[in-house]
Design a protein around this ligand. Structure first.
Ligand SMILES: [Zn+2]
Length: 557
């Protein structure tokens, strides 16, 4: 950590506040002295992710992930340690000396920030252009978009021509190469540079932390393509971004429900009609990252489709994704010939919500379609059973699967056990998701640890003042479990090296596995006083010492 002093690290951590950081994507509820929520790093339905505001540590009792604010950010956003430090420092307005950063980290940070800056400049350019283009304002008004909506979604206009934006970016000292990397400009075979978005209404796309990651552009007439989006860049990954999420979050949180539509125009129309818990995918099928983003706030997603078959395929493909993240999902297909935009323009937001209430669970939705297609003759019913086989098998939860099979049996008037045997498969064990990297160190298996040794370590992390007494008594040398002894030694030497608080020790002296272990010990709710600690240490020395004497393996006491 040569690039930044330990004092600065703890200053950043204190200012950043882990609870606020986690709350950006996870809904936390106060529980005793800690906060609890659904773990962002593994799939779960009941909260086992715990955050202590007092200790500035988090720990998941489900997957064993734990640590401090830096580790959280590294894990959540896939950053390196210097990048995480840099990002938190920036949020807190703490200046750090960049010259001391490792060169690769510095380059990546520069590039990311450069891209965000170019995008931010582009927004101001596109917005200013809209004001100069009354024909576009007329067009938007004709499409019933209010001034308030244009403002909320930062809608702009890219004028017709090849170099309007590029000249603006150069004037603002955005390097050519960076502007091309951002996708705002394009390069032809002869090295000529030109604007990607020309004569289009522009929709800025913000990521989950509300930074402008990319843009979407829609034509004003019938030219093709109708929609054009930024290409994938270092900061724009369409599989990880839900359009309008930062705007929709408060209402998603309030209703615990999120509507998912297929394009930004539909999302904007619903938002304007008062259905503010709405997000859009950006020309891609729903991914696990998408579901994870929603799951932080919503219990249930309602996928909204036009009444064409593309929607049916998309619904079918989304089942395993939601299953894996253990999030409830329903499907709403709009009446023939309607899309969300047209529907709310004609009927209003309240009518939409009423319709959405009748959205169907995926299996009902699919069986309806299949029954409509094949009918309920003997042959038809067999076809329906075949159609539903894959989707039913994709349901991870055994009880839920069983309930759907019963339901299907009733609808088709077929014997339940017959369906069961027809659908029987050996289900491959679904690998437990362990976050992005997939090669995390395994968490300590506390169940199998010695109760006393565990109690002593948890005392040490919860009452660090006791560490000189522990050293004096050589308590760790009496530990029988080498893993526990090693962990204890790491904490103890961290404290002795001048770690003022536990969280300093965690971030400055421990490897990720030990950091998780310490977070878990720290978040249990014991109360310690000095005398009680000393008593526990003496008791432990006495017990272990006696055992040693009995077995003749030691000379202590
Ligand atoms: Zn977890």
């Amino acid at each position: 950590m040569a690039f930044i002093s330990d004092e600065q690290i703890s200053q950043i951590r204190q200012t950043a506040n882990l609870v606020d950081l986690v709350s950006e994507t996870v809904q936390l509820k106060k529980n005793g002295r800690n906060f609890m929520g659904l773990c962002p790093f593994h799939s779960e339905k009941s909260p086992s992710f715990s955050v202590s505001s007092e200790k500035q540590l988090y720990y998941c009792f489900g997957c064993g992930e734990g640590g401090d604010a830096f580790k959280y950010l590294m894990k959540r956003d896939g950053l390196s340690f210097p990048e995480a430090v840099r990002q938190l420092a920036k949020r807190c307005g703490i200046a750090i000396d960049e010259a001391k950063l490792p060169p690769e980290a510095r380059a990546r940070i520069r590039q990311r920030e450069g891209l965000f800056r170019a995008n931010q400049l582009a927004i101001s350019f596109f917005k200013a252009q809209l004001e100069k283009a009354p024909h576009v304002s007329d067009y938007l008004e004709h499409r019933h978009l209010t001034a308030e909506t244009l403002d909320a979604f930062e809608i702009g206009y890219a004028p017709d021509g090849w170099d309007h934006l590029s000249r603006f970016l150069y004037e603002n000292r955005v390097p050519k190469a960076l502007a091309v990397q951002s996708g705002l400009l394009m390069e032809n075979d002869r090295g000529g540079i030109y604007d990607r978005f020309r004569n289009r209404v522009i929709f800025p796309i913000r990521d989950s932390s509300s930074q402008v990651a990319g843009f979407g552009g829609r034509v004003l007439d019938d030219s093709r393509p109708k929609y054009l989006n930024s290409p994938e860049t270092l900061v724009y990954h369409k599989s990880r971004i839900l359009y309008a999420l930062p705007l929709a979050r408060p209402q998603i949180r309030q209703t615990a429900c999120v509507h998912v539509v297929e394009g930004y125009v539909d999302a904007i129309a619903l938002y304007q009609a008062g259905v503010r818990n709405v997000v859009a995918t950006l020309g891609t099928a729903l991914t696990e990252d998408h579901v994870r983003l929603m799951k932080g706030y919503a219990k249930e997603a309602v996928l909204v489709f036009d009444s064409d078959s593309a929607g049916i395929n998309a619904a079918e493909r989304s089942i395993p994704v939601f299953e894996k993240q253990k999030m409830d999902v329903r499907i709403l297909v709009l009446p023939e010939g309607q899309d969300p935009d047209a529907f709310v323009s004609a009927n209003g937001g309240a009518a939409f919500l009423k319709l959405a209430e009748r959205g169907k669970p995926v299996i009902h939705f699919l069986s309806d379609i299949s029954i409509r297609r094949h009918g309920l003759s003997v042959e038809g019913r067999l076809h329906v059973l075949d159609d539903l086989k894959g989707p039913v098998q994709a349901i991870d939860d055994g009880l839920k699967r069983s309930l759907y099979i019963r339901d299907l049996a009733e609808r088709l008037e077929v014997d339940e056990s017959a369906i069961r045997s027809r659908y029987e498969v050996v289900r491959p064990e679904i690998k437990k998701s362990r976050g992005e990297t997939g090669h995390d160190p395994l968490p300590v298996d506390w169940q199998r640890k010695d109760r006393m040794e565990k109690r002593i370590l948890s005392m040490l992390v919860q009452f660090p003042d006791i560490h000189p007494e522990m050293r004096k008594r050589e308590t760790l040398s009496l530990f029988q479990d080498p893993e526990m002894r090693q962990l204890g030694e790491a904490i103890l030497s961290g404290l002795e090296a001048g770690g003022k608080t536990l969280v300093d020790v965690v971030s400055q002296h421990l490897d990720p596995a030990s950091a998780s272990a310490v977070a878990s010990l720290a978040l249990s709710e014991d109360e310690w006083v000095y005398d009680g600690c000393v008593k526990l240490l003496d008791q432990f020395s006495f017990m272990r010492g006696r055992r040693r004497r009995v077995t003749g393996s030691g000379h202590r006491v």
